[in-house]
Design a protein around this ligand. Sequence first.
Ligand SMILES: Cc1cc2nc3c(=O)[nH]c(=O)nc-3n(C[C@H](O)[C@H](O)[C@H](O)COP(=O)(O)OP(=O)(O)OC[C@H]3O[C@@H](n4cnc5c(N)ncnc54)[C@H](O)[C@@H]3O)c2cc1C
Length: 292
Amino acid sequence: MLLNGIEGRIEKNVSLKNLSTWRIGGTAEWVVWPKSVAEMEKLWRFSQQENIPIRLIGRGSNLLFPDEGLKGITVVTTSLTSEVWGECSLQAEMGCSVARLAQEAGEKGFSGLEFARGIPGTLGGAIVMNAGAHGGEIQNVLYKVMVLTEEGQIETLSKEELTFGYRECSLRGKGWILAAELKFKPGKIETIKAQMAENLAKRKAAQPLELPNAGSVFRNPPGDSAGKLIEQAGWKGKGIGGAQVASKHGNFIVNVGNATAADVLALIQAIQRDVFEKYGVELRTEVHYMTS
Ligand SMILES: Cc1cc2nc3c(=O)[nH]c(=O)nc-3n(C[C@H](O)[C@H](O)[C@H](O)COP(=O)(O)OP(=O)(O)OC[C@H]3O[C@@H](n4cnc5c(N)ncnc54)[C@H](O)[C@@H]3O)c2cc1C
């Protein structure tokens, strides 16, 4: 593949296991870690001109990659991490770790990202997923986003031009988030740090962080908890192949060794069928199965 003018790392035939926190997936034909927004644009234009499939990922902490692998170009945002802090505000590129931004905001006495301290994704991934926890959501601190649209235009959109829902944002699948501006509330450093420490402790106690996983697999049904329903249905500790429902948390599927995407998909479907038969509740997935 002839990619002139890209200084970022380019690799051929990369195991998708290395790009996902679940450590699952076949081989990605090409993987590029662009170093600038200009390189992102170049990659996008190149893929359109050459008719090559292209997709964007962040930390791969909400993704299931296919066993067959992915053709074309997989763009990883994690090298784009510039950040400029202002008075209770931040302009940051999409590849910044949202957990690290939360920590830095806390150290400055900026409140609003306390919920994000234990979320392993990037800022771009967090916005597209409207990531949230402990009663907080990324939309509550979002002010503006810079987006590369599907038509190849760079646009700045205010939060009011977007719609958000539970783990949903209208930008999903509608372009690439390049950067964002966040606005915080002033807070006391000690209070913010204590809140983050409490949130982290809750995660450590409840989540099977010692094994590869992708966080919550299913969305919570309205007024209910997916994890509780799965636990009541008797799935904790049960699995298919290398994929197992964590003994610690019913909504986590852990990779206990060489799990395949087929294992995870079969387990997801078996759980969905069983929970529907037992409780009449349709569980919808929160994780994305990225097939193209
Ligand atoms: C241990 C653990 C705990 C977790 N806890 C939480 C939690 O408490 N709350 C929560 O909400 N989530 C949680 N997650 C899930 C995950 O971390 C979040 O959804 C995160 O926001 C995903 O970010 P990412 O960079 O990993 O995105 P990826 O998984 O790489 O991508 C997810 C989707 O976003 C798209 N995307 C990524 N970057 C961009 C971009 N710049 N522009 C446009 N589209 C983009 C991708 O194409 C893909 O469709 C957890 C995951 C793990 C492993």
